[in-house]
Design a protein around this ligand. Structure first.
Ligand code: SF4
Ligand code: SF4
Length: 206
């Protein structure tokens, strides 16, 4: 969940149409029109990425007249399906996967089950990946993958580059090769499995 207080505004006099902002917006809120950046106000999640990256200082973050709360209602989705999806992706549903917005895996899973089929749509619906824009891309990709979705990074964009390897993906031969060098892959997996499989704390029916 995120309360969006800020909105990106373009100074058209300064914009040179380089497309950098369009390529890095995590929710695809920026389009080019007549070689100038145009921001879709309702879509902007106030992350400031475009302001930080614009080489011509043409974008400013301003306070929204009305803050908007971005959240997917987890209770509107079958919780068994949410739990199944999270556990399949090796997340505990109650685990926080985006620290900037304190969003739990269950909310990202709910967004996917409601039809979000790309990181950009997940970010748009939940607000995740609109803080640091770094840490939560991998949990999003893992949850999408668990749902059988293989999104492609936006064409021509620099929003994300693919899923990285997790401890569960490491082949036995690699584990064996490094076993004598102080790596404890199986022990790590056991600890992480305990987190992912732990009973739910916040639900009376669990
Ligand atoms: S990054 Fe700046 S100069 Fe480039 S298109 Fe966006 S607003 Fe214009
Ligand atoms: S979501 Fe972020 S990058 Fe996209 S327009 Fe808003 S402030 Fe800029």
């Amino acid at each position: 969940m995120k309360v969006v207080n800020l909105l990106a505004v373009v100074d058209k006099e300064k914009c040179r149409g380089c497309k950098t902002c369009e390529r890095i917006c995590p929710v695809l809120a920026i389009k080019m029109e007549n070689r100038k950046a145009v921001i879709e106000d309702d879509r902007c999640r106030g992350c400031g990425n475009c302001e930080q990256r614009c080489p011509d200082y043409a974008i400013t973050m301003v306070k929204r007249e009305q803050p908007i709360a971005i959240k997917v209602d987890v209770s509107a989705v079958d919780y068994d399906k949410i739990e199944q999806l999270c556990r399949k992706a090796k997340f505990n549903p109650e685990q926080i996967v985006c620290y900037c917005t304190a969003t739990r895996a269950e909310e990202v899973a709910a967004a996917i089950l409601q039809g979000a089929n790309s990181p950009e749509e997940v970010s748009f619906l939940t607000g995740v990946r609109t803080g640091c824009k770094v840490e939560c891309i991998q949990p999003i990709l893992r949850l999408l993958e668990a749902a059988g979705i293989k999104p492609e990074p936006p064409k021509g964009g620099w929003q994300w580059y693919g899923r990285t390897v997790t401890v569960w993906d490491i082949p036995e031969e690699v584990k064996n090769k490094y076993a004598s060098r102080g790596f404890y892959f199986d022990e790590d997996i056991k600890i992480l499995d305990r987190v992912a499989d732990a009973p739910l704390q916040g639900r009376s029916d669990s």
